[in-house]
Ligand binder design. Structure first.
Ligand SMILES: [Zn+2]
Length: 234
């Protein structure tokens, strides 16, 4: 193989790796944000559940107070009943007592429903807490792994850039500048194999003269279609 091509292929390999590492490095903040958002949503779901359980408790207390007030009223009506001599008033008080008793029964029914719900919510909160703990542990692990990955990427990227610098420094400046120009304009690769007379950069069939020149390997030959440098596959 033409020694210049060999040199350029090594430089190109480092450029490709640098690009891949940079892409991974760029994705790290997005990955971190996704994990943090997952953690926040797990927490929010648990908080909502706990809030529901708290609300249930508040409602039950309110009903207890309400029932207590009704019971006090009944006691007061009974006292008034004992004090009155008027039958009409006695009947009116009895009506009040019956009304209050009906209301108390309704309150107690509602309390029972709430108690059933409280039991269910209590179990859900307990399970939710365990789930949240597990999710948080898993997310913390993932975040730690991500930090490690980011640190490795940074380190490896610096190594690759240094390697690339040394390798590129050894290439004839005109050749290197041609390579860099093609790479910039193509965005992917600048040196590609010619396989079965097809340029592996643009996938066009190369003309016979180009094929012969590439086979001779005496100079750098560019694809007449895409401009990438072609090399012979052994
Ligand atoms: Zn081409």
């Amino acid at each position: 193989m033409n020694p210049l091509i060999e040199q350029l292929l090594v430089v190109q390999d480092r450029d490709q790796r640098i690009k891949a590492h940079q892409a991974q490095d760029k994705a790290v903040p997005t990955e971190r944000a996704a994990m943090e958002s997952k953690r926040a949503s797990v927490k929010a779901a648990f908080e909502a559940l706990r809030e529901k359980a708290k609300h249930n408790e508040v409602e039950r207390r309110k009903l207890e107070v309400e029932a207590g007030v009704k019971r006090d009223s009944i006691a007061r009506y009974r006292t008034q009943q004992m004090q009155t001599r008027k039958n009409e008033e006695f009947q009116a008080l009895l009506h009040e007592i019956q009304g209050a008793e009906t209301e108390i029964r309704a309150i107690e029914d509602r309390e029972l429903d709430l108690m059933e719900e409280a039991e269910k919510l209590g179990a859900e909160v307990k399970a939710g807490e365990a789930d949240m703990k597990q999710a948080n542990e898993s997310i913390a692990r993932q975040l730690k792994d991500l930090d490690e990955k980011a640190a490795n990427l940074t380190k490896r990227l610096a190594e690759l850039v240094a390697e690339r610098g040394t390798l590129a420094g050894a290439v004839d400046p005109d050749t290197l500048s041609l390579y860099e120009r093609i790479l910039r304009s193509k965005g992917d690769v600048a040196i590609v194999p010619l396989e079965h007379e097809i340029c592996q950069g643009c996938h066009m069939k190369a003309p016979g003269t180009t094929v012969s020149l590439v086979r001779a390997q005496e100079e750098l030959i560019q694809c007449p279609n895409c401009g990438r440098v072609l090399y012979r596959v052994i």
